[in-house]
Design a protein around this ligand. Structure first.
Ligand SMILES: [Zn+2]
Length: 78
């Protein structure tokens, strides 16, 4: 049971229509979102839209996974 997830969906995800948040928007913010996931950035409202988009869009999800890898790799160097 994932009651928590369902609640999240009804609370936030549907406030933004998916088509209003395009792949371009997602890619543009992806870098910031990756840094948020890695704990470098505080939560931002737009990250919720990205989160939702990544669930719905496998293309962006793939891109995000590779970006996340790269970002993690860069972090290790620092
Ligand atoms: Zn997309």
């Amino acid at each position: 049971m994932k009651i928590k997830d369902e609640k999240r969906n009804s609370d936030s995800a549907f406030m933004v229509k998916p088509k209003e948040f395009s792949c371009d928007d997602c890619v543009a913010k992806m870098n910031e979102y990756a840094r948020y996931v890695l704990g470098e950035k505080p939560m931002d409202e737009s990250f919720e839209m990205i989160e939702t988009h990544l669930i719905l869009c496998s293309l962006c999800n793939e891109e995000f996974q590779s970006l996340l890898k790269t970002t993690k790799h860069l972090q290790k160097k620092n």
